[in-house]
Ligand binder design. Structure first.
Ligand code: NZQ
Ligand code: ZN
Length: 385
């Protein structure tokens, strides 16, 4: 196992009716800015629950944070933060609202020229407005991690700081019942790929991490399809298991002390930035191609994955790996996400620009060995055609 330091300070309030907790969790003296997206929280009753819980607080709101939140939208919030002396941010929404609010938290107190510099130039984030969230879409893990992803002018890039980790997160599975089938599928697949990117690398004998990761993969494979099936889609137990699995998949626990990959995500971000494809749908296209292209480097773990996740015991090593990749693709298809570039109307002619963008963004040594160069990324995209 590799050396590691691990801490996750986000307090989780999990379960039905937990939104009311926010009235106790946010200091009464705080001046709160509630941030949200395009209005789903108004139609599913979450906005009303949050308003009720904040009835004794001073609060304002900032809406319109879009999926794959943009720098331009987020910067508009800085006026109200200044005018009203906001000192607490409450994000109410999916990963985009949570990520966008993390950006706002750091941007509002940024002392450099332009907050974009902490995304692209590695400028340090030295301070941030305290933030918390009410999560409405289980997928990204953003509710208890230190990362965010923002977009500007066709560039979609991550940033990280312990200062933007939510102080607390409310996870009420009941609020996920209003999600569309598309967002349910996306969420399960995103959490699945987060787990894989921290598991399917090379072995360092991290038995605890491996078995936690395998538990999450089994849970997502078992429960994901139930959240789409007519008879079980409203089952709160199903929703609760998916929600907790998605948080655990990217809260730092399973990735501590083991190598990590993230090539699928970085290539996927270019597909979103260039072609507007939903985050999870880029992953379901790229991951099977990464498995195929990097099968030698990942051989030992691919065999473990084949046996422990898909119960594949027959055939030689190569046949086992082929079957595991096939079953991964079948699972994605069950979750109604695409698995090929052609499924989203992209082809060979689009690959050059994607590689150019990856290179421009410094994504030239991806993967657990840093061996995924632009040439290898090209092979991956060709395998995904
Ligand atoms: O904007 P509203 O009206 O709220 O609608 C949203 C949005 O249209 C809707 N939605 C959310 N909760 C709902 C709901 N609709 C009905 N009922 C509900 N309960 O769903 C749509 C998509 O929301 P979005 O927040 O964009 O989805 P997701 O949670 O998948 O977040 C994706 C973003 O997170 C980033 C992605 O790159 C992408 O920008 N990620 C963040 C990570 C992190 N911070 O650690 C890691 C991930 O790998 C990922 O990169
Ligand atoms: Zn993701």
């Amino acid at each position: 196992m590799l050396n590691f330091s691990f801490q996750n300070t986000t307090e989780i309030h999990f379960g039905e009716g937990q939104i009311k907790q926010i009235s106790k969790q946010i200091p009464k003296t705080a001046k709160v800015l509630v941030t949200y997206g395009g209005g789903s929280i108004k139609s599913n009753g979450v906005y009303d629950q949050v308003s009720e819980a904040l009835s004794d607080h001073t609060w304002f709101e900032f809406s319109g944070i879009e999926p794959n939140p943009s720098y331009d939208t987020l910067m508009k919030s800085l006026d109200i933060i200044k005018e009203q002396d906001i000192d607490f941010l409450l994000a109410v929404g999916g990963g985009s609202v949570v990520d966008g609010t993390k950006f706002i938290a750091a941007a509002a107190l940024f002392e450099g020229d332009d907050p974009w510099d902490f995304v692209t130039k590695g400028q340090p984030i030295n301070q941030a407005i305290p933030m918390a969230c009410v999560l409405t879409l289980p997928a990204t893990g953003s509710e208890s991690n230190t990362g965010g992803v923002v977009s500007r002018d066709g560039n979609k890039l991550p940033f990280f700081s312990p200062l933007v980790r939510p102080l607390f997160a409310v996870l009420d599975p009941a609020v996920t019942l209003s999600l569309s089938e598309r967002q349910v599928g996306n969420g399960v697949v995103d959490a699945f790929v987060h787990t894989i990117e921290q598991y399917l690398t090379y072995s360092v004998n991290g038995k605890v991490q491996d078995r936690f990761a395998e538990g999450l993969l089994h849970t997502l494979i078992e429960e994901g399809p139930k959240a789409l099936a007519a008879e079980t889609k409203s089952d709160l137990e199903v929703r609760a298991n998916i929600m907790w699995a998605a948080t655990m998949a990217l809260n730092g626990l399973i990735g501590a002390g083991v190598p990590q990959d993230w090539a699928t995500h970085m290539i996927g971000h270019e597909l979103t930035a260039g072609h507007g494809i939903d985050h999870a749908r880029t992953l379901s296209i790229v991951l099977p191609a990464v498995m195929k292209t990097c099968r030698e480097a990942k051989k030992e773990k691919l065999l473990q994955y084949a046996e422990r996740i898909w119960n594949i015991t027959d055939g030689d090593d190569s046949a086992k790996i082929d079957r595991a990749i096939e079953l991964t693709e079948e699972f994605f298809t069950t979750m109604k996400v695409p698995t090929r570039l052609s499924h989203v109307d992209l082809g060979e002619a689009d690959i050059d620009l994607l590689i150019e963008k990856l290179t421009q963004h410094g994504m030239v040594k991806l993967g657990e060995h840093g061996a995924v160069t632009p040439d290898v990324s090209r092979e991956i995209l060709i395998a995904a055609l």
